[in-house]
Design a binder for this molecule. Sequence first.
Ligand SMILES: C[S@@+](CC[C@H](N)C(=O)[O-])C[C@H]1O[C@@H](n2cnc3c(N)ncnc32)[C@H](O)[C@@H]1O
Length: 394
Amino acid sequence: MAERRAANRTAHRPAKGAEVPGVAPRRLALDLLARIEDDGAWANLVVPRALDRCDLGDADRRLVTELTYGTVRQRRRLDAIIDPFLDRRPADVAVRALRLGVYQLEVGFPDHAALNTTVGAVPKRWRGLVNAVLRNVVRSDPPRWRSLGEELSYPDWIVERLETDLGRDVAEEALEAMNRPVAPTVRADGYTQDRASTWVTDAVGALPGELVVDVCAAPGGKATGMAASGATVIAADLVAHRVDLVVENAARLGSDVHAVRADATSPPLRNRSADRVLVDAPCSGLGVMHRRPDLRWRVAPEDPANLAKLQRRLLEAAAPLVKPGGTLTYSVCTLTRAESVDVVEAFLDDHPEFGADAPLEGPWESDGPVSILLPQREGTDGMALATLHRAPQH
Ligand SMILES: C[S@@+](CC[C@H](N)C(=O)[O-])C[C@H]1O[C@@H](n2cnc3c(N)ncnc32)[C@H](O)[C@@H]1O
């Protein structure tokens, strides 16, 4: 704290008209925060696009990403730090700047750098307020957190849901892990994909010459991965522009993937035609909140139950495509039981012709017929997966 105060006393003022170095990335971060929070743009889409168009150097680009993602992710925690110093909430632009400034203090940027650069990036009329509040934060003790959701910056319902589904300690570790950014991994063929998705592809176990149907395939990460084993892959997706992504990725990688636009609740394929079917279903995404920093604020408490109904329908519609003796793999990048264990158990209850394979080992743990990959185990996405075998005589 003493060091922080000293830094503040010596904060330098640039010559009139000159911009403090480091202001430009903060200004871009503030612009991006407005687009994410006011216009509803997805952080993982809008940030890379803006960086492609800006003329900042590499270090500043990395800084913009860290500041934007971190400030979005930590919003609730940052607000809890800021709120005691505000009589009433100022304009959104000032609130965003306060969050951005406090985020930098929280992750250890020097006080003077965090303050000067943030204040310099704010419209003039808000500079006094932003400067005063940030100085107060620097001088204050850390707040007493009123809840785990406030401390780790998640909506309470997500904390409660994961605590119920995973147990308190495991849930807390998962939530902490999903506050740490993950570095993207690149496959041998150049496709960027989290290791957890590669492991799902491995679990499908496609063999040379087999026909594999991936009913929810876009952008094609798993489809192209499965094709690399020598299988022929039919990759379907409901959304036309997402089918285009599969086409582009398959062409770039030279994969034997046939992309089609199709609704997986009624797939236009012959029954018993596929050796393997993958249902990599749309889900609440609560296992990938480290990669999608705004997701936690966008998912609604009723989403897991609603998505579970769709997931159950997708499994039901995919099952007839599987040849006798073939496999049906179900995967989701979430950690709720409603979307994993409950979906798979309900399916197995209705389909005696299918049985679950033994859960996976290694970093995976099991919950009934489902293998769960917790994000804290290997620093990957969180996943749930089940491999269901169709009996040879059915
Ligand atoms: C988790 S993503 C798939 C990711 C993909 N398997 C990969 O590894 O790159 C789920 C996909 O399901 C698609 N989807 C949602 N509802 C669908 C439906 N009824 N039929 C087919 N695809 C659907 C979404 O458009 C989305 O692309």
